[in-house]
Structure formats: structure tokens, C-alpha cells
Design a protein around this ligand. Structure first.
Ligand code: THU
Length: 132
């Protein structure tokens, strides 16, 4: 595996350990690589008011944006599930906003993985090009 992909996965795995998921018990980690090669990680953060929960993918992306990086080249998501956990619909829209048709590396804690392009996960995506 390519060194930068290994770093991306390691960042997602490490951040997953810091997930705040006392309600679902389902810890997720994510990491994005920005255009300049910097990696930003995120974990899911839940709330007793369940609907306020934020997914790991969006935490990673919003952290990158807050650090001044608006374009992402790839994203990895790590969760503990036999079935590989693909990003939720809301996260797919946000990934598209900042990455467009990028690869998404989906991994579980057994080390199984699958890679999908965003255009497969979010066909006919709505984005800023419709607003011009
Ligand atoms: N979750 C993520 O963080 N990312 C996903 O791709 C799927 C779901 C979180 C949200 C919630 O804290 C928990 O997993 C169960 O839905």
C-alpha cells in the first residue's frame, strides 16, 4: 500500500479511539488528505440529544476547512463492523462539496477494505455548478 494511504488509515484508526459514542457504542474514525498532502482526522461525536450527533467524516472535513484547506484528495473511514461501513448520505454530500469524485477507502477493524469512487456513492450529485 502507498505510504500516504497508510498514513491516512493510521490517522483514521487513531482518531477512532477518541470517538465519543456512548449512545450507539459505534466508534468511527475518518481521515482526509488535502491537496497539499496534509492529513486531518475526525471521529464521531454523539449527543444525549441524539440528532445533534456529528459523523467522523464531517468532523475530519470540517477540521481541514477550519485549518484553511478546502480541497480533499481522498478520504478513509474506519469502523468496527463485519460489513464495511460506507459514509451516510449527509456525509456523502459534504465529501462531494470539498472533494468531488474522489476515492473513498472504507475499512473495518479486521483490516478488510474496499475502495469506491464518490460518483458511485453519490450519482447525479447536486453541487455548486447548479447554482450558476
Ligand atoms: N457514523 C459515522 O460517524 N460515520 C458513518 O459513516 C456512519 C455513522 C456514526 C454516527 C453515530 O455516532 C454512529 O456512527 C451510529 O450511527
Amino acid at each position: 500500500m502507498d505510504k500516504s494511504v497508510e498514513k491516512l488509515l493510521a490517522a483514521a484508526r487513531e482518531c477512532r479511539e477518541r470517538a465519543f459514542a456512548p449512545y450507539s457504542g459505534f466508534k468511527v474514525g475518518a481521515a482526509v488528505e488535502t491537496e497539499d498532502g496534509t492529513i486531518f482526522a475526525g471521529c464521531n461525536v454523539e449527543s444525549a440529544s441524539y440528532g445533534l450527533t456529528m459523523c467522523a467524516e464531517r468532523v475530519a472535513i470540517f477540521t481541514a476547512v477550519a485549518a484553511g484547506r478546502k480541497r480533499i484528495k481522498r478520504i478513509s473511514v474506519v469502523a468496527e463492523s463485519d460489513e464495511l461501513t460506507a459514509p451516510c448520505g449527509a456525509c456523502r454530500q459534504v465529501i462531494w462539496e470539498f472533494g468531488g469524485d474522489i476515492p473513498v477507502l472504507i475499512v473495518n477493524t479486521n483490516g478488510e477494505s474496499v475502495e469506491r469512487q464518490m460518483s458511485e456513492l453519490l450519482p447525479m450529485a447536486f453541487d455548486s455548478s447548479f447554482l450558476k
